[in-house]
Design a protein around this ligand. Structure first.
Ligand SMILES: Nc1nc2c(c(=O)[nH]1)N[C@H]1C(S)=C(S)[C@@H](COP(=O)(O)OP(=O)(O)OC[C@H]3O[C@@H](n4cnc5c(=O)[nH]c(N)nc54)[C@H](O)[C@@H]3O)O[C@H]1N2
Ligand SMILES: Nc1nc2c(c(=O)[nH]1)N[C@H]1C(S)=C(S)[C@@H](COP(=O)(O)OP(=O)(O)OC[C@H]3O[C@@H](n4cnc5c(=O)[nH]c(N)nc54)[C@H](O)[C@@H]3O)O[C@H]1N2
Ligand code: SF4
Ligand SMILES: [Mo]
Length: 703
């Protein structure tokens, strides 16, 4: 057993006398409501909130179960730090919060005077308290450049669902599904809302057919009745051919496409004009034409059904139209908004925690950076192009970057280029719980309190409208602070303290929850509020330009993109020198780059690996469980090999997470596994702006 510095037996004995606080988990973005057991100022146990629909029976995953470690990890950041050596040297000195706030206020004031407020960019991964920074930066300071890190994540899916449904995040109601087709989504390893997993398993037990479209035989494929081992980066061809068969065979839902959708007849013509037949798709995808015809007929005639996509197709530069074409399978068969189908969830009526009167709001003079970059339909910043924005410019200078809860040096392609970007900024700030590789590049590093040490109110990701509350359970580690107090400190130095005049978190939380049908006190007691799931078509129409599900996308047409989805080739294909296509996916026992310093999880998955087919293994002299060198035109890594029939020949699949230098201050993770993004050159999706992580060819040899 790893040395985790805890006496587990006494923790278990202490559970009965513990105080239970209802909160939610922040280990991954799916935020399961939880019950946190606290005794003597320490989190001793955590389980799912049994009353919440997100995690039936109070279940949680291993990452969530082990997450209390974050409250006692000796490697946590404890104090604000200022760089004391050259950029990237990793030398820092401890400073006070007052010094940190004054430095930031002075720099922001100077940057605005010298280069304009738009020269400051802030981006974060999944942290809703970032709304405090958003209000400061956009409404008071006047920069339009406040962003999330969707470009590293579901950017193609989101671009597709916004174009088609006007909705950013459809969810999956597997309650009565009879046919589920999952494309590039590995629910049983990269789990999302645990409700999805439970409901899908129950559906399979009741006879639902699960089809998994993935070049990799994942643990989700293991539970499927059919695995469709598609050639990487060809999903749009397969999905469009499936649509073609459904429409040619008149198996679509005529009532639904005429009342709820726009552009159906044009789509029929489009599929014929382009010659998107099963025979054509066979040549591109490697899936036999007769299989395509059979899958199309099964999907369209077994209702309710779900076709769903997550990251897989979005790992390539042609991924946006693949995602659109996959959701079109749902749309043309009427599998949208009904029990057992894809649901366009409603949101809880949450308000901002801090209100700036409209007449006092700053008005940005320059367009947001994604417009300046030429990405008008991107739902977020194409972060792959941020180094170019800093080093070469897109119409106006970018001089300062704030990163919060994101580690782009590890999670975006081409770490050297990102380091170069940070080394060429006038000023940079990282807000993190560890001294990450990105924090190492920054001028200031601010320690944020962890999910057990702060409050948050946010949208839950269950099927219906849902508000969830995170409550502080134990005091912050060292001098770390929640983001609302960090932003308040900066605001006070900038003369905006009156807007952030809360004394305790309940003061701003009251403002956030005003529109909910329950009080903050009740929310504290229950941990969540959930409304009814809305089925059927929205009475007010869909939030798209036509008010319909746009099979013909008016937004795409207006911005010069093909209004109907098309198949195009992606950017990088294997060749003689680099004969293998690199693909990427998640580790089941880790979350991205969040958990590699957790000794419990490292005991389960202490390093990442690359999967390779036996045909390629024997060709290149690779043995199972031995280390290999993976080399791309950009760089090389040494990583453990897993020889497996469950990957297409010509393709290798690497698990994301871990890596050399990773967690510079994290003694558990340091040096474990390999950093796959070191191999990947920057390729940005031309429509969505997402990172195309799989645009990478490699060769392999024994280490
Ligand atoms: N355990 C765990 N759970 C997680 C996370 C984690 O890191 N670990 N991360 C969370 C986050 S931030 C997210 S965004 C979600 C991601 O959830 P998923 O998107 O389900 O996760 P990935 O592992 O990226 O799965 C992508 C799948 O696409 C496949 N794929 C690769 N290329 C292609 C292709 O060309 N076509 C098709 N059809 N498939 C392809 C890969 O083999 C892989 O199985 O998971 C969340 N949950
Ligand atoms: N090759 C490849 N690359 C990928 C992926 C892949 O599958 N393959 N997955 C992609 C996906 S889906 C995503 S979402 C991105 C995610 O990549 P990132 O946006 O970098 O996000 P994470 O890896 O979740 O978190 C990184 C940082 O958040 C810090 N952190 C954790 N908790 C807190 C907190 O409470 N407060 C603060 N301030 N910081 C905290 C961690 O210490 C860490 O430094 O990576 C993407 N990159
Ligand atoms: S699924 Fe995500 S939010 Fe839920 S318990 Fe696991 S890590 Fe936490
Ligand atoms: Mo993600």
């Amino acid at each position: 057993m790893a040395n985790v510095g805890r006496d587990l037996a006494s923790d278990i004995a202490g559970i009965k006398k513990a105080t239970v606080i209802r909160s939610f988990c922040y280990q991954c973005p799916w935020n399961c409501p939880t019950e946190v057991y606290v005794r003597d100022g320490s989190v001793i146990y955590v389980k799912g909130n049994q009353n919440a629909p997100n995690n039936p029976g109070g279940t949680r995953c291993a990452k969530g179960m082990s997450s209390p470690h974050i409250t006692r990890d000796p490697d946590r950041l404890k104090y604000p730090l200022r760089r004391s050596g050259p950029r990237g040297s990793g030398r820092f000195e401890r400073i006070t919060w007052d010094e940190a706030f004054s430095t930031i206020a002075e720099k922001l004031t100077q940057l605005k005077a010298d280069h304009g407020p738009e020269s400051v960019v802030y981006y974060y991964h999944h942290d809703p308290n970032s709304v405090f920074a958003q209000i400061l930066l956009t409404q008071l300071y006047g920069s339009p450049n406040f962003y999330g890190h969707t470009a590293g994540c579901e950017m193609d899916r989101r671009t597709a669902t916004l174009a088609l449904f006007g909705h950013p995040f459809p969810v999956l109601d597997f309650s009565s599904t009879r046919y589920a087709m999952l494309w590039g989504i590995n629910l049983f390893e990269a789990n999302e809302c645990l409700y999805f997993n439970h409901a899908l398993i129950r559906a399979i037990e009741r006879g639902c057919k699960l089809v998994v479209v993935d070049p990799n035989f994942t643990q989700t494929a293991e539970k499927a009745q059919e695995w469709v081992p598609i050639k990487p980066g060809t999903d749009s061809a397969l999905a469009l051919a499936l649509c073609r068969v459904i429409i040619d065979d008149e198996l679509h839902d005529p009532e639904f496409v005429s009342t709820a959708c726009s552009g159906f007849e044009g789509f029929r013509e489009h599929l014929r004009d382009k010659g998107y037949t099963p025979a054509w798709a066979e040549g591109i995808t490697g899936i036999p034409a007769e299989t395509i015809v059979r899958l199309a007929r099964e999907f369209a005639t077994t209702k309710p059904a779900i076709a769903e996509v997550f990251k897989g197709p979005g790992y390539y530069t042609n991924g946006t139209d693949a995602s659109r074409a996959i959701y079109l399978l749902d749309a043309i068969t009427g599998n949208v908004g009904n029990p057992g189908t894809v649901i366009l969830k409603e949101w809880a009526p949450l308000g901002h925690p801090v209100i700036v009167p409209e007449e006092e709001m700053a008005v940005p003079e320059k367009p947001p950076l994604h417009f300046a970059m030429g990405y008008p339909v991107a739902p977020d910043l194409p972060t792959g192009l941020l180094p170019k924005a800093v080093l070469e410019g897109f119409g106006y200078p970018i001089k300062c970057v704030f990163v919060q809860c994101t580690n782009p040096v590890m999670s975006d392609p081409n770490p050297r280029r990102i380091q170069e970007m940070f080394r060429n900024l006038d000023f940079s700030v990282a807000i993190d719980v560890y001294l990450s590789e990105t924090a190492l590049e920054c001028d200031l590093v601010l320690p944020e309190a962890s999910m057990y040490e702060r409050a948050e109110v946010r949208q839950g990701l269950w099927l219906g409208p849902q508000a969830i509350l995170c409550q502080p359970c134990v005091p912050p580690v060292g001098e770390s602070k929640p983001l609302y107090d960090i932003v308040k400190g900066i605001a006070q130095k900038m003369g905006w303290g009156d807007y952030f005049n809360f004394e305790k978190w309940e003061d701003w939380a009251e403002t956030s929850v005003q529109g909910l049908p329950i009080s903050l006190e009740e929310l504290k007691e229950k941990g969540f509020w959930a409304g009814e799931v809305r089925y059927g078509q929205p009475e007010e129409g869909y939030p798209t330009p036509s008010g319909k599900i746009e099979i013909y996308s008016e937004v795409f047409a207006a911005n010069g993109f093909d209004p109907y989805p098309v198949y195009t080739e992606h950017s990088v294909y294997p060749d003689e020198e680099y004969p293998l296509q690199l693909t990427s996916s998640k580790l089941s026992a880790h979350v991205n780059l969040n958990t590699q310093n957790n000794p419990y999880l490292m005991e389960i998955q202490g390093e990442n690996w690359v999967e390779i087919n036996p045909v390629d293994a024997s060709k290149y002299g690779v043995r199972d469980a031995a280390y290999v060198v993976l080399e791309s035109p950009l760089s090389s890594i040494t990583i453990k090999a897993k020889v497996s029939e469950g990957i297409r020949p010509g393709v290798v699949s690497v698990r994301h997470g871990h890596g050399f230098g990773h967690w510079a201050m994290g003694s558990v993770a340091k040096g474990k596994g390999a950093h796959s993004n070191a191999l990947v050159e920057i390729h940005v999706n031309p429509i969505s702006g997402g990172n195309a992580y799989n645009e990478c060819k490699v060769r392999v040899s024994p280490a």
